[in-house]
Design a protein around this ligand. Structure first.
Ligand code: ZN
Length: 501
C-alpha cells in the first residue's frame, strides 16, 4: 500500500516556532523534520547488502506524443545516482521505462492531473515522471520536484542525464532530506541577510523568522537541514555558481563558515560531477527512511535480476554498410552477457545529434515494425548494452548504416500476441527442438522455419492444446547459423530467432 502524506503546497508550516518553510522542492517540512530527528536519535543502521529500489520512469509526451528524453540518458542518470548513493546502502534499478500517456496540460500543470498520475503509478515502485515541463509548470528554477501527495518525483527531461544531480537531489528529498540552506530561499537581498553591524556576518534571524545555523553546532539540530555533519549553507539570494572553493562568510557569531561545495542537497552548482556527495548523516537518514513503514511498498518486489555484462560493447551484425534492411525488419548484434538489455538508437545523421527512434531491447535483435517510422532513407544505428542497475562501464557500438527500403510493413495489428518459447536455444545439430506456449483454448498454428534473409525452409501446421503445450520439432538438420521461427494464426505472426550451433 502506498502511504500518502497530505501536503498543501506553498503553505507555511511551523516547527517548534523557529522552523517554518516549504522550501520549493516539495517537502513536507514538519513531517520531514520529525522523521530526521527520530532517525538521528536512533543507532545508525548498518547496511547489509545493497537494497535495490525499483524505479519506473514515466515519460510523458506533449499532445502530439513527442518526447525529448533519450533512454540512454535515463540509464546514465541511474548509474550516476547509484554512485552518489554507494555509501548509503541504497541502490536503484530501472524496473521499466513507460510512455503511459501524452498530455500538454501535464507539461503545464503536472500536479493538476491527479487522475492521470494515479492511474499510471506503479504500486510497488517509485515513479519518476519525466516531461518537457513548460514555464507555466513552475519548474523553471529547479527542474525537478518531489511530491509526497503522490510519492513521486517529477523531473524536466533536460535535467535527467549522466551529469545532473537532479535525480539524486530529489531522491534525497524523497528519503526525507532537507536543504542545508533550508529557509533561505525566501531571502533575496543582502539587506535581509547581512547583519548591518557585523561586516560579512549573517543575521541571527531571517525576516521569515528562521534562526540561521551556527558554525559551533549549537543549533544544528533545529536549524538548516537539522543535520549536524553538514555545515551552515547560506543561500544568499542565488546558488553558488561555478562551485567556488572558498568564500569569507561568517555566521551570526562572526565565525567563518567551513566551505562545503558539492553537497547534493546544497546550494553549490557547477561542481565537477564526481565532487558531489551525501554526508554520512544524510546517508543515515535516507537508509532509515527507506526502512520506515511509509516505504513498505518499495520492498514488496522480489530482488531484481541485475544481469551480467561480459562484453562492454557489442558488434552490429546486420544490416551494416548501407545494406538494405531485410524483409522482416530484423536488426541484430552480438551478445554482451546474461539478462541484460540493449539501447538501440536510430538517426538520420551519423553523429546522432538528432534521434530518429530509440528502443530498449531485451534480446540481441529487434524487429522494426512501424512502416511509417522508417521512410526509405539511409539510417545510422548503434547499440549499447545496459543492465537495470549499473551501466557505467559499457559504451555504444560502432555506428553502422542501412537503407530502409522497401518499407517494412509489419504493423502492430499483424503481430500475434502470444507468449511462447523455443528451447534449447542455441540448439545443436543432434538435438530436437521444443516449442512451448500456454493457451486458454486449443489453437492451430502454422510454424515456419526460415533463414535470416527470409528464405523459407519448412512450414507445417500444428494444433496446440489448451494450457501448457509442448511440441517437438524434428531435429533441425541445418548448417550452423541464425534462423527465424515464425508462428502464424489468423493472419498474425510472431517471430523468434533460433541459433543452430
Ligand atoms: Zn531541493
Amino acid at each position: 500500500m502506498r502511504y500518502s502524506v497530505l501536503v498543501i503546497l506553498f503553505f507555511v508550516f511551523q516547527f517548534d516556532g523557529v522552523f517554518a518553510q516549504n522550501d520549493h522542492c516539495g517537502q513536507d517540512v514538519q513531517h520531514t523534520a520529525n522523521l530526521i530527528s527520530r532517525y538521528l536519535s536512533e543507532a545508525p543502521l548498518a547496511p547489509r547488502d545493497d537494497q535495490y529500489i525499483p524505479l519506473v520512469f514515466q515519460l510523458i509526451g506533449d499532445d502530439g506524443g513527442n518526447i525529448d528524453i533519450l533512454y540512454n540518458d535515463i540509464y546514465e542518470a541511474v548509474c550516476l545516482t547509484n554512485g552518489y548513493f554507494s555509501e548509503s546502502g541504497l541502490q536503484f534499478y530501472i524496473l521499466s521505462i513507460d510512455r503511459p500517456f501524452s498530455s500538454s496540460s501535464f507539461e503545464d500543470d503536472p500536479l493538476g492531473n491527479s487522475q492521470l498520475i494515479e492511474m499510471t503509478q506503479h504500486p510497488q515502485a517509485l515513479d519518476i515522471f519525466v516531461a518537457n515541463f513548460s514555464p507555466a509548470s513552475g519548474f523553471d528554477l529547479f527542474s525537478s520536484f518531489t511530491s509526497f501527495t503522490y510519492d513521486a518525483i517529477f523531473i524536466r527531461d533536460e535535467a535527467l542525464n549522466g551529469t545532473s544531480q537532479a535525480l539524486a537531489h530529489q531522491l534525497g528529498h524523497y528519503f526525507h532530506l532537507l536543504h542545508p540552506f533550508a529557509g533561505w530561499l525566501d531571502v533575496i537581498s543582502p539587506e535581509e541577510y547581512y547583519d548591518p553591524t557585523g561586516g560579512n556576518s549573517a543575521v541571527a534571524i531571517l525576516p521569515n523568522g528562521i534562526v540561521t545555523e551556527l558554525v559551533d553546532g549549537s543549533n544544528c539540530e533545529s536549524s538548516g537541514d537539522l543535520i549536524c555533519d553538514t555545515p551552515p549553507d547560506f543561500f544568499f539570494g542565488s546558488y553558488f555558481q561555478g562551485c567556488p572553493q572558498n568564500a569569507t562568510i561568517l555566521d551570526a557569531n562572526g565565525q567563518l563558515i567551513p566551505w562545503m561545495p558539492g553537497n547534493i542537497m546544497g546550494s553549490f552548482v557547477d561542481c565537477p560531477t564526481e565532487n558531489y556527495f551525501f554526508s554520512p548523516q544524510q546517508n543515515q537518514v535516507m537508509l532509515a527512511d527507506y526502512l520506515n513503514p511509509e516505504k513498505d511498498y518499495l520492498r514488496e518486489l522480489p530482488a531484481p535480476t541485475l544481469g551480467t555484462i561480459t562484453q562492454e560493447t557489442v558488434v552490429l551484425i546486420a544490416p551494416i554498410s548501407g545494406a538494405t534492411l531485410d524483409f522482416n525488419g530484423l536488426l541484430q548484434w552480438t551478445s554482451a552477457g546474461e539478462n541484460i538489455s540493449y539501447i538501440v538508437e536510430f538517426s538520420r545523421l551519423p553523429g546522432f545529434n538528432l534521434m530518429h527512434e530509440q528502443f530498449v531491447a531485451t534480446d540481441t535483435f529487434i524487429n522494426l515494425n512501424n512502416c511509417q517510422d522508417f521512410d526509405p532513407y539511409n539510417y545510422y544505428w548503434r547499440v549499447r548494452p545496459v543492465t537495470a542497475g549499473n551501466n557505467c562501464t559499457t559504451s555504444f557500438s560502432s555506428v553502422e548504416s542501412f537503407e530502409a527500403n522497401p518499407c517494412i510493413d509489419i504493423t502492430n495489428d499483424k503481430i500475434l500476441q502470444l507468449e511462447w518459447r523455443i528451447y534449447p536455444n542455441p540448439v545443436s545439430h543432434r538435438e530436437g527442438l521444443q516449442l512451448s506456449t500456454t493457451l486458454p483454448s486449443p489453437q492451430v498454428f502454422s510454424i515456419s522455419l526460415s533463414t535470416i534473409t527470409g528464405e523459407l525452409i519448412s512450414r507445417q501446421k500444428q494444433e496446440f492444446q489448451a494450457e501448457t503445450s509442448i511440441f517437438t520439432i524434428p531435429k533441425p538438420n541445418l548448417p550452423t547459423g541464425v534462423y527465424l521461427i515464425t508462428l502464424e494464426a489468423e493472419g498474425k505472426t510472431s517471430t523468434k530467432r533460433l541459433i543452430v550451433q
